[in-house]
Design a protein around this ligand. Sequence first.
Ligand code: SAH
Length: 349
Amino acid sequence: MAETLLQVFARLIRATGPISIAHYMAESNARYYATRDPLGVGGDFITAPEISQMFGEMIGLSLADQWHRAGRPARIAYVEPGAGRGTLAQDALRAAARNGLVPEVHFVEPSPALRGLQRQRFAQATWHDDASTLPEDVPLLVVGNEFLDALPVRQLVRTEQGWRERMVGWDEAAGRLLPVAGSQPMDAAVPAAHADAAQCTILETSPAAAAVTADIASRLATQGGAALWIDYGHAEARTGSTLQAVRAHDKVDPFAHPGEADLTTLVDFSALVPVIEAAGARVDGVIEQGLFLRRLGIEARAAQLANAAPPHAGSVARALERLVDPAQMGSLFKVMGFAGGGWPAGAAF
Ligand code: SAH
């Protein structure tokens, strides 16, 4: 039988020592997403587009409105990294088409399993392994929902000896992976404000989220267009590890089931603001998902759906509440809007 990812990590770490959290997260998620459809009731977790068509519809309306105000360029590309089952794209582009916007469609999706599901809904789309091959001669409308949270983070931890990288080691006696402090001093990598932080303080950064955001932002600056990053996270920097694992809708130990559980972190949107600006694009805001959806008219859309199909009124109301209620997804999830090339801001910002 093929080695499990746990066995691969154990062998690697025995041979060459602990691996970084970033390496661990990248390998685990690559295996996890490559082999399954994790979404929905029978899967590991559920996302906003899978809760209700209203989520994608509001995004489609927002994009169509921006496109109209940008002068309706004839050639335009919709780009969605990490598109899951393609549900958001389907709902967004149906609503956009009703308003005249029919873009070419590009997915950035490394998972063969999820590409297959996306292909069932979009025969005409183009797929990319990463953002580097996206078209360069057309304005882009970019949407990523729960995409950044799956990208690998790097963690630094304050020890008695100073700052070290937080790594993943192997406990031979217990037969399990566990977080350990690396042996190399990392003090030079820590901003002055954190130099004397209390022991066990953890600083988390996402070089991968910054890199893909910089790439998209510089394309927007030169090609024109706008982007929405939607994810759970915060608008101010914080300390502490936010690494978590979810399996069958339950939180589990992030080091217990590599490749078998979804590993995510909270997105630090504040770290992306200077990245976007340095690339020559403009940040239009970071607002709570509930506010974003209400400003775009989700309550009116919910009333319309309920009136059109009264037996479904209860489920529409529950979906609306899940998406906008601050105690559910409304507040923890944030929407970051950015744009370039003279494009106007999205209507919700
Ligand atoms: N946006 C969808 C799916 C979210 S799950 C939804 O809201 O339902 C995370 C998605 O990101 C999956 O499609 C996964 O395959 C993709 N993904 C994970 N790592 C990625 C990477 N490095 N580049 C692009 N997509 C990635």
